[in-house]
Ligand binder design. Sequence first.
Ligand code: NAD
Length: 494
Amino acid sequence: MSITTETIPLIEPDASAVGHADRVIAGLGLPVDGIAVDDPATGEVIGHIADIDVEGALLAVETADAAGEDWARTTPRQRADVLHAWYALLVAHTEDLAHLIAREMGKPLAEARGEVKYGADFVRWYAEEAVRPAGGFREAPDGGASILTRRAPVGLAVLITPWNFPLAMATRKIAPALAAGCASVIKPATATPLTTIFAVELARRAGVPQDLVQVVTTSSSSTFSDAVLRDRRVRKVSFTGSTEVGRTLMRLAADNVLRSSMELGGNAPFLVFDDADLDRAIEGALAAKLRNGGQSCIAANRFYVQEGIADAFAEGLAARMRDIAVGAGLGTGTGLGPLIDGRAVRQMRALTDDAVAQGATLLTGGTELGSAGHFFAPTVLDHVPTDAEVATTEIFGPIAAIQRFRTEDEAVARANATEFGLAGYVFSESLDRALNVADRLNTGILGINQGVPSNASAPFGGVKQSGLGREGGAEGLEEYQSVRFYNIARRETR
Ligand code: NAD
């Protein structure tokens, strides 16, 4: 049976919250024309950003590169102090940043505050890591040398970020680059560039040299990457976005033999075993599915639920999803904001229709909402056939697609039957089962009895076609460092 939520009214934006966001935008000193940035909840244009051409991008490379020479010579303590000051400013501006994120990206204000905390945490983490540069010492086995290993900044880094976490995706690249001693040129997505512009402005106020971090906004991302990734001054590219674009950038990076970090697409399996705690599994599912409206690379994408618990889980999840208040991120009480654009809404419609046509049961949602903005109802599909598109593609929206399984082996095999390997989730109250299954899932990130595994101290990243390299943790700093060794000759003097 199809249960739609079409008649439920959307939560309107709150005028004072919109005013707050717009005051922050007014303070950014944006150009009067250029690329328009809109609010996905209303379609209203909220500002313009410069459309920087190739010459402008190469000038940014030159400027950052020149500033990088001095920065590379700063001491770890100097870099840490600046990062601590940036962290303090990000925290002090939590409300400004959260309102800005909610306005340009659409997520509910409460979630936007969560992103500010998460995004700022990377800056604090790398302030702390900056003063503990790894290095080592070993003796050559033949006794003829002592080997000293050191870390040097990798050089000028090009950072390309997606629209879904406009603060956190930027800080988790800029902060380790700064901590390692690197200059950077960051290209945010045109859908949500304002938060990055503001965060970099705060970095400068905190003491990051004016020219060291350059923000380049452009309507032609391929022209940008073609030019800057071929520039010999650039030594590193760090990209977060789709696997398809990641492949293109890796080909370009090959010509210049760039150090490359690729945080790419996901298709996360979410496994619920009969011995799971039902409430915990539903809570975890809501978080893993609806955080950021499902527009997260680690969003639960394929729910595999064991037969004994499947009915209760599907009904429980649908009941909770049905109760979610949908509306503007800057509305009071909003639980789910708009999708980023109309194309995403049409994709949700197509995925739902295809699944239902193939025999899936629509438990709730499945419909566009409102007349302005890009809203789609929280949706639960049960008994989804394995070859329905929703069960194979990265959904990037608020649709929970449930399939059922009998045995642990079957669940693991189906979960691993994808070229992606970013995140996976396991729910079981048996420690042995949870850990055994987690060991067998081929992903870089595992949420065990929990739906939000991300943490600034953890090495976020994927296996298979979900990417290369890690962000966060000590590992995230290494992405911006080259290992060097000094071979100190030893000989007998007696
Ligand atoms: P996207 O690949 O379309 O765009 C990401 C960024 O790359 C944007 O800034 C875009 O302008 C830029 N871009 C696009 N083509 C380019 C080119 N040829 N050269 C240079 N830059 C180019 O992805 P999106 O739609 O913004 O984000 C969604 C995707 O990102 C999803 O697949 C999601 O899984 C992935 N993602 C991954 C992670 C992760 O950490 N693994 C995090 C967030 C999002």
